[in-house]
Ligand binder design. Structure first.
Ligand code: ADP
Ligand code: MG
Length: 618
C-alpha cells in the first residue's frame, strides 16, 4: 500500500463523522483506513491485515457508523474482541468517532460485570454492540440480545481470538446474524486458523493488506541489555530511574511474576501495578484507567491482557522476559509509539536468548542497539538531584518554622548538632533507594570479567586454540587452602568458589591439587586489592579457607593415578580426556573453554548461575 494522500472527506463519510474526526485531531486516514473504508462502505466482506497501532479500530468503525439507522432499536452491528479491556477500548473509540451522531448508543458487553445491567441496557436499545464471545453468547441464548437485524459482524484481533479457543463461540455468534450480514475480520497477522475461518465464512472477501511497511517497529527505538552482573529486577529499577519515562509497561512471562515485580517496584517507590488475567474484572479496568490518568506509571503485565491496549502516555515498553515469538514482540512494542508519537522498547535478554533476539531483528527487519545499564553511582546521583529539586520547591513552605522548632527540640534531646540530625533524617528518608553506595558496582566487575574473558579467548585463538599455551603469560602464585577431601571438598567446589565469590575468570585460575586436609591452587600474582580481600574471607562448604601463599610447585605428581580430580577437566572431559593435546601437566586440572565449540558459549551465563546456587546450597 502506497503512502496515502487522500483525506477523510474523500471517503463518502457523513458530516457528523467528519466533524468528530476533526475534533479528535485525525488529520488523514492511515493506510489501512484509506484502503478499507471504501470497500467496507460498499458492504463487501473483508479481511484487513495491518500492524498494531495503525488505526484498525477506526477502519472498521467508521463505515458501520456511517450506515446506521438510528430509529432501529435492535443492534445493527456487533464487534467481537478477545478481552474485556479491548472491548471497552474499542467501544470507547466507537463512541468517540460517533460523538456527533445524535442519539447513538454503543454498548459494551463482557463477562465479570453485572449481566442484569447489560440486559437492561440492551432492552433500552443499542445500535452497536462491542463484546467478548462468552457473554455475548450467553445473552443471545437468554434471548436478551438479538442479532436478527444486525448487518455488520466484525472480528477484531482475529488472530488472538481464534488462538484463545473462541472459534466455536465466534462462529456460532456469527451464524446468529442474518446470512446477508457483512463479515469483517481484522488482524495483525494471518495464522492458519484465521485463514480457515476466512475461507469458510467470508464470501469473496476483499483482502486488504498494509502490513508491508512495519510502522510499529519503525516508530519505536529498540534496545537490548544482556543480563550480566546484576539481576533483572535491579536492572529494571536502574532503567526506570534513569530513562525519561512518562508511563511504561513491563512485560513478564507469568502472572505470578507480574505480582512479584509490581510489589518489588512499589516497595522501591515506583507507582506500579500488576495486570493479568486472574485479576478481577473491575480491578483490571481500574488499573488501565489508573495508568491512563497517571495514578500509576508502570504496568507489569502478561501478553494477553495487554494486547491492543492503547494508552498514549506509554513512552517505554520493557521486555523483562523475552517473548515466545516475534508476533508477541511486535504486539508488545506496539503499546508505545501510539498515534504518531515516538516510543522506546528495551529488552532484557539472557546470553542464551540472543538467538531469539536475532530472529526478532530479522523478521521485523529492524535492528536493536545494545546498551549498558547506568552504573550504580549514576543512579544514586540522579536520586540526589531528584531530591534536591523536590526540596527546592519546599524552600518557601510556610510550615517550615514549626519544623525548625522541632529540629531544635530534637537536637537538644538527642544532644547532637544540626548536620548530624539532618544526616540521620536523610538516611531514613532514602529508604530502599540509597543515596550513595559503598564498594564496587557488581555490574562493573561483571563487565571487567567479560572483557577479560574476551581477551583470553582472543589470545587463545592466537595460540592456535591449544589450551596449554594460553596462560603462559600468567605469573602464578600458589596458595594453600585449609580445606580438602576430608571436608568433602571437590575440585568443582574450589572452582565454583573462586569464580563466583572472587569473580575470577577461568583463565586466571591455574592448577589445583586436592589433598586430604588442604588444597593447593595457583592464582595470578597480580590480583586486585578487592579480590585479595575476598580471598581472605573466602569460605568453601562453610569452612574458612584461610588461604596462605606457599611454595608448593609440584602439581604433577599423582599423574594418572586414578584419582578423578587428577586430570579432570572442569567441562566434563568433552575432549575425551584431553590427553591428546600435548598437555603434560596431568596432575592439574585446567579449563578448556575453547574445545566445546561456540554453541556452549551461549549457556555459560546460565551455567554460572546454577553453579553458584549449587555452591551456596552446599
Ligand atoms: P490498532 O487497532 O491497529 O492497533 P488503534 O485502532 O488502537 O490501532 O489505533 C491506534 C491509535 O491511533 C489510537 O489512539 C487511535 O485513536 C489513533 N488513530 C487511529 N486513526 C488515526 C488517524 N487517522 N489519525 C490519527 N490518529 C489515529
Ligand atoms: Mg486494535
Amino acid at each position: 500500500m502506497q503512502e496515502t494522500v487522500i483525506h477523510f472527506s474523500d471517503l463518502a463519510l457523513n458530516s457528523a463523522i467528519l466533524s468528530a474526526l476533526t475534533e479528535m485531531g485525525f488529520e488523514k486516514p492511515t493506510p489501512i483506513q484509506a484502503a478499507s473504508i471504501p470497500v467496507l462502505i460498499e458492504g463487501r466482506d473483508a479481511l484487513g491485515k495491518a500492524q498494531t497501532g495503525t488505526g484498525k479500530t477506526a477502519a472498521f468503525s467508521l463505515p458501520l457508523l456511517n450506515k446506521l439507522d438510528l430509529s432501529q432499536r435492535k443492534p445493527q452491528a456487533i464487534v467481537m474482541a478477545p478481552t474485556r479491556e479491548l472491548a471497552i477500548q474499542v467501544a470507547a473509540e466507537v463512541k468517540n468517532l460517533g460523538q456527533n451522531v445524535k442519539g447513538l448508543k454503543v454498548l459494551e458487553i463482557y463477562g465479570g460485570a453485572s449481566i442484569v445491567d447489560q440486559m437492561r441496557a440492551l432492552k433500552s436499545g443499542a445500535h452497536i454492540v462491542v463484546g467478548t464471545p462468552g457473554r455475548v453468547k450467553d445473552l443471545i441464548t437468554r434471548e436478551r440480545l438479538h442479532l436478527d437485524e444486525c448487518h455488520t459482524f466484525v472480528l477484531d484481533e482475529a488472530d488472538e481470538m481464534l488462538k484463545m479457543g473462541f472459534v466455536d463461540d465466534v462462529t456460532w455468534i456469527m451464524e446468529q446474524a442474518p446470512e446477508t450480514a457483512q463479515r469483517v475480520l481484522f488482524s495483525a497477522t494471518m495464522p492458519p486458523m484465521v485463514k480457515n475461518i476466512v475461507d469458510r465464512y467470508l464470501r469473496e472477501p476483499a483482502r486488504i493488506d498494509v502490513a508491508g511497511s512495519n510502522q510499529t517497529v519503525e516508530k519505536v527505538e529498540q534496545q537490548f541489555w544482556v543480563v550480566k552482573g546484576v539481576e533483572k529486577d535491579e536492572a529494571m529499577s536502574r532503567l526506570l530511574e534513569t530513562e525519561e519515562t512518562d508511563a511504561a509497561i513491563v512485560f513478564v512471562r507469568t502472572r505470578q511474576d507480574t505480582e512479584r515485580l509490581a510489589d518489588w517496584l512499589s516497595a522501591r517507590g515506583f507507582k506500579a501495578a500488576a495486570l493479568h488475567g486472574d485479576i478481577p474484572q473491575s480491578l483490571r479496568e481500574r488499573t488501565v484507567d489508573h495508568i491512563k490518568k497517571g495514578v500509576i506509571d508502570i504496568l507489569v503485565a502478561t501478553d494477553v491482557v495487554a494486547r491492543g491496549l492503547d494508552v498514549p502516555r506509554i513512552t517505554h515498553v520493557f521486555n523483562y522476559d523475552i517473548p515466545f515469538d516475534v508476533e508477541s514482540y511486535i504486539h508488545r512494542i506496539g503499546r508505545t509509539g501510539r498515534a504518531g508519537r515516538k516510543g522506546k522498547a528495551i529488552l532484557l535478554v539472557r546470553t542464551n536468548q540472543i538467538r531469539m533476539l536475532r530472529t526478532i531483528e530479522r523478521v521485523t527487519r529492524s535492528s536493536m542497539e545494545e546498551i549498558q545499564l547506568p552504573h550504580r553511582d549514576k543512579v544514586a546521583e540522579s536520586r540526589l538531584s531528584q531530591l534536591a529539586s523536590d526540596l527546592d520547591s519546599e524552600k518557601e513552605h510556610k510550615a517550615l518554622d514549626k519544623f525548625a522548632e522541632l529540629v531544635e527540640k530534637l537536637q537538644t534531646s538527642l544532644d547532637i548538632d544540626a548536620t548530624t540530625l539532618a544526616a540521620m533524617l536523610l538516611k531514613r528518608q532514602q529508604g530502599k533507594r540509597p543515596l550513595f553506595y559503598v564498594g564496587e558496582d557488581p555490574m562493573l566487575e561483571a563487565i571487567e570479567r567479560d572483557k577479560q574473558r574476551r581477551r583470553e579467548r582472543r589470545e587463545n585463538r592466537d595460540n592456535g586454540g591449544r589450551d596449554f599455551g594460553r596462560n603462559s603469560n600468567v605469573d602464578w602464585e600458589t596458595y594453600q587452602l585449609q580445606v580438602g577431601r576430608e571436608q568433602g571438598v571437590q575440585v568443582k567446589d574450589i572452582v565454583g568458589a573462586l569464580a563466583n565469590e572472587l569473580g575470577l575468570t577461568k583463565g586466571s585460575i591455574g592448577a589445583i591439587k586436592l589433598a586430604q586436609g588442604h588444597t593447593f591452587v595457583q592464582l595470578p600474582k597480580s590480583m586486585s586489592e578487592s579480590v585479595t580481600k575476598k580471598l581472605r574471607k573466602l569460605r568453601i562448604r562453610q569452612k574458612e579457607v584461610d588461604a596462605v601463599v606457599c611454595d608448593f610447585t609440584d602439581f604433577r605428581e599423582n599423574r594418572g593415578g586414578g584419582r578423578r580430580e587428577g586430570g579432570r577437566r572442569f567441562d566434563g572431559n568433552r575432549n575425551g580426556g584431553g590427553r591428546g593435546n600435548g598437555n603434560s601437566r596431568g596432575g592439574e586440572r585446567r579449563f578448556d573453554r575453547n574445545r566445546g565449540g561456540d554453541h556452549r558459549g551461549n549457556h555459560r551465563g546460565e551455567r554460572g548461575h546454577s553453579q553458584r546456587r549449587q555452591h551456596q546450597d552446599a
